[in-house]
Design a protein around this ligand. Structure first.
Ligand SMILES: Nc1ncnc2c1ncn2[C@@H]1O[C@H](COP(=O)(O)OP(=O)(O)OP(=O)(O)O)[C@@H](O)[C@H]1O
Length: 232
């Protein structure tokens, strides 16, 4: 269970996030949508204790993220390329992240097998540094790394952005298949309403830091979201 309790974040007096109590059940897949500047990334950064809220708190499996470390062993994320180590090759980076989870090279290889289709022979076994890869391939490395170590909570900020259409479809399938095989809670932001409604069972719409809608996905959700953003 993820509990977000009255989180507010201000920058220079501007309130950019003003969340009510939000409870996210274990095993659910929650999509966060909203126009540019709505507060999606800020929300993820607060959840991951990368920035401090002015008010409120976040608990992951009842552990407050602020001041505790225990939640880090079951929570993983990829928000942006800043998470990568650009002077490593992809394999060196996977070894580094896998090492943090005490995974053997064989276990890392096994865990990455499900990403082979997504990597499309452009990521593993290459002697190129991450900094020299395309934005899309960098994103693939970050997303794949977030799945190392069997995390229980995975937070992905705009995972479909910068990926080619076939990779987006493969990623969508992978997210669903992984969820079917493992007990995982996802928090995923996206500007792609079709992908997000296909993958998520609950969708939260943010606007100027406020929750505008909190929907359980149904056959009418995509139309409802399209109408909402059409009128925005
Ligand atoms: N470090 C910062 N200093 C000042 N303002 C910030 C800072 N970080 C974020 N903001 C502001 O907070 C608001 C929310 O930004 P955030 O990046 O969370 O939005 P977002 O929904 O992720 O947007 P996008 O879809 O463009 O990625 C924006 O108005 C942004 O300018």
């Amino acid at each position: 269970m993820i509990k977000i309790q009255g989180v507010r974040k201000q920058y220079k007096g501007n309130l950019v996030l003003n969340l009510p109590t939000i409870k996210i059940e274990t095993g659910s897949t929650v999509g966060i949508v909203g126009n540019n500047g709505a507060g999606k990334t800020t929300m993820f950064r607060v959840i991951l204790d990368l920035i401090m809220p002015n008010d409120g708190e976040v608990l992951l499996k009842d552990i407050p993220v602020k001041g505790k470390d225990e939640w880090k062993s079951f929570t993983s994320s990829f928000l942006d390329e800043g998470f990568l180590i650009s002077f490593l090759t992809p394999d060196e980076y996977f070894a580094f992240v896998g090492g943090l989870h005490k995974m053997s090279p064989a276990d890392i290889g096994l865990a990455l097998q499900r990403f082979e289709g997504i990597f499309n022979d452009e990521v593993r076994g290459k002697e190129k540094y991450i900094r020299d890869l395309s934005k899309g391939n960098q994103k693939k490395i970050g997303i794949a790394s977030a799945f190392l170590g069997n995390p229980e909570i995975i937070i992905l900020d705009e995972p479909f952005a910068n990926l080619d259409p076939s990779t987006q479809i493969k990623l969508k399938r992978l997210l669903i298949e992984y969820r079917n095989d493992h007990s995982v809670t996802y928090l995923i932001s996206s500007h792609d309403l079709t992908h997000i409604t296909e993958v998520c069972d609950r969708i939260i719409v943010l606007e100027k830091g406020e929750v505008i809608k909190d929907l359980h996905t149904s056959p009418s959700t995509l139309t409802e979201l399209q109408e909402y953003f059409n009128n925005g």
